[in-house]
Structure formats: C-alpha cells, structure tokens
Design a binder for this molecule. Sequence first.
Ligand SMILES: C[S@@+](CC[C@H](N)C(=O)[O-])C[C@H]1O[C@@H](n2cnc3c(N)ncnc32)[C@H](O)[C@@H]1O
Ligand code: SF4
Ligand code: SF4
Length: 369
Amino acid sequence: MTPDEGRKARKNLRLKSVLDNVAHQGPQTVHFDIANACNTRCTTCWDHSPFLNADRVPTAAWKRRTLPLDSFRATLDDLVALGGLEQIILSGMGEPFLNQAIYDMVAYAHQHGVGVTIITNLLLADLPRLLASDGELNLLTSICGVTQPVWQAFHAHPKPRGWEQLIAQLTLLDEHAFRPKHVQVINNQNFHELVDMVHFARRFPVKRINFKFASLKNGTEAVALSPDQKRELRHDLVPRAMAFAHAFKIDTDLDAFCAQIDPDTDSTAPIADVGCFMGLLYSRLTVQGEVLYCCNTQVQVGELDGPGSFRSLWEGPAWQGRRDSVRAGRYFDGCEQCGKFKQNWKWSQKLRETLPPEQFDGLLGRGPA
Ligand SMILES: C[S@@+](CC[C@H](N)C(=O)[O-])C[C@H]1O[C@@H](n2cnc3c(N)ncnc32)[C@H](O)[C@@H]1O
Ligand code: SF4
Ligand code: SF4
C-alpha cells in the first residue's frame, strides 16, 4: 500500500468508526503528557495558576514527574501496531520542554512516520535542535496576550524578561520560515486584545490562530469574563477580529470560538447540540500512565500496564461503555467545558452536511442512529 492509499484507508475506517460508534482501528491522535512541572504560572492554568484553591495545588512530588523515553517508545510501538495513528501530541499538565527527552521523542515518532504536534509556551525550546528532526511538526504556541503587561499578568511569569524571551523565540521561528499556530486562551485579563492578537499574527506569521475560551474551575474562575465582557467579545471584538483576519488572509477558528461564548452560563461548550466523537479518534495519556477517554481528566478508562495494555483498553468494555453513554447523549462531569470542542464542532459540521437529519440526530442521542 502506498502512503496515500494508507491515509485514505485510515480515513474511511475513521468515518465508519464514527458512524458505527465502534473503534475499527486505533486512535488517530494520541496526546502524551510528558511533564507535570511548569516554568510559568498562567492564571487560567488547571495545575499551576496562582488562583488555585489550596486543596487543588499539586504536590512537589507530582510536579517532579516526567515521562521516561523508554515508556514513551514502548507505548508508541503499541499504538503503531494497533493501526490508525497519524499524529501524536506532546504536551503536559506542565511544560513539555521541561522533559529533555522531548527531542528524542519527536525523532522516534518521525522515524515511525507519525506527525508531531507540541503544545508549549515556547520559552525553553531549543528550536534549532527541534527543527532538525525530519518529519511533520506543528507547534501550538501559547501566547495569551500580545503586549508585555498583559502577557506578564496572564502568565504571572516568575522570571524577568519572559516576554522578551517569547519574542526572541517567535523571531527565531520566523527566521527558520517555520509557521507555528498561536494559541490565545481568552480570559478577563486579555479579551480586550482580541483584535491585536490578529495583528500580532501579521508580525509573526502563523499557520492559524486558535482562540480558546478559558475553561475555569477550582479557583481560576477569578479570571472569568463577566456577562458584559462576553457580550462585548461576541458583538464587537469577534466581528472586528474576523473582519481583520479575513482582510489579511489569516486563518483563525473565530467562528467556532464564537459558538463557545454564552453570556448566560459558565458553559464553554454547547456539546449536546454538537455531539462528541473523540472516543473513537483520540486518547490522552498522563505522565503517571493513566489512560484518559479524552482531554477531560475526570474521565479515566484505565492504566497502562505493559505491552498491549493500550489495545485491551481501547477495544475493551470500559471504553465502549463510555462511547455508548456519549452516543446516547449522556455526558460526563466537565463535558460542559469540553477541551476538544473545536474538534467535535468540525466533525459535527461535516456530518450534519452529509447525513440525513434523522441519522445525524441519532449521533447526538436524539433518536435512531
Ligand atoms: C495546560 S497547557 C500545557 C502545555 C504548555 N504548558 C502550554 O501552555 O502550551 C495546554 C494548553 O491549555 C491552554 N490553557 C491553559 N489554561 C486554559 C484554560 N483554562 N482553558 C483552556 N485552555 C487553557 C494552554 O494555553 C495550552 O494551549
Ligand atoms: S504554560 Fe501551560 S502548563 Fe504552564 S502555567 Fe501556562 S498553561 Fe499551565
Ligand atoms: S470532555 Fe466530554 S464532550 Fe469533550 S471530548 Fe471529552 S467526553 Fe467528549
């Protein structure tokens, strides 16, 4: 089979899996958390925000943990054998570049023909070393503020010159003609910079800007937008940012972002109207070897326990039970702030356009599938 034929076969099986709600191959994307510690303290962060309630602050022992290279290689071998894998995400509940094995992990994935996306604050990356690996690479670089004071307030960065460091790294990427994706997590400290965030992507060209409505809990609600700020965002800032992005041909996901803004609730994801397909396409593995159904840390399926253990979980009753629950419209705690909302939204749009309405409704647990 040629690489193109392989891609097409995987794509067909993915669609069949989504329609049947049965995994006919392994996940397309697996997210590896490779470090728990972080070099900064974003106010929205679920594990490092200075606003976290005292009982939610992680222990020093947990923060020290990183994923060893050997464990990463063994799991990747299993995933490749299972079939269906196209890309991995290297990220963390902390900053992935605090794990020095990251460069070897990227090279190992590339040797297996698997693409790599790294979600990072970029500050610590050895970019020339990273860009030397020969394979598909995407960088999702968290920016979250495009002036020094706003960036500093959002990051509560403990060291001086963090902003200058970010600008130097973005400049270096530009000099290598590498286009990252900017991630702009929006809260009450930076929402007023929405239009400037698009301008920023003219200064540092991007593949796309991903806007994320901050999902907040455990104390980080301190930086939530007020209903009035949400209205300003929706009715003034987003349309202006969209017009600007359109005029300068900058790709953004502002349309899906807009669907997340509801002045009347804290929900950031109208998931019951969109549906969830991630249980057939994606999984996340924590540094400790926990296997998660999706990005939601509250939905654990099991633990990695030696060779073949991912396959037994993926094809086993616990995973399928959760897929069945979601397909019936029964969601989990945390789904109202779904971190994969954009991916679900895209699948949903595509399926809504191609399926008869009653079949689409069935995928959302609203009638026969
Ligand atoms: C937890 S971080 C880990 C990786 C890396 N340290 C970084 O910040 O890019 C993963 C992603 O979550 C984003 N993020 C942080 N707080 C968030 C929140 N409350 N809601 C949604 N996304 C958030 C970050 O910007 C980043 O893109
Ligand atoms: S850089 Fe990432 S892990 Fe670190 S505090 Fe910010 S969001 Fe959290
Ligand atoms: S958080 Fe809920 S809705 Fe989102 S991907 Fe996970 S299971 Fe699906």
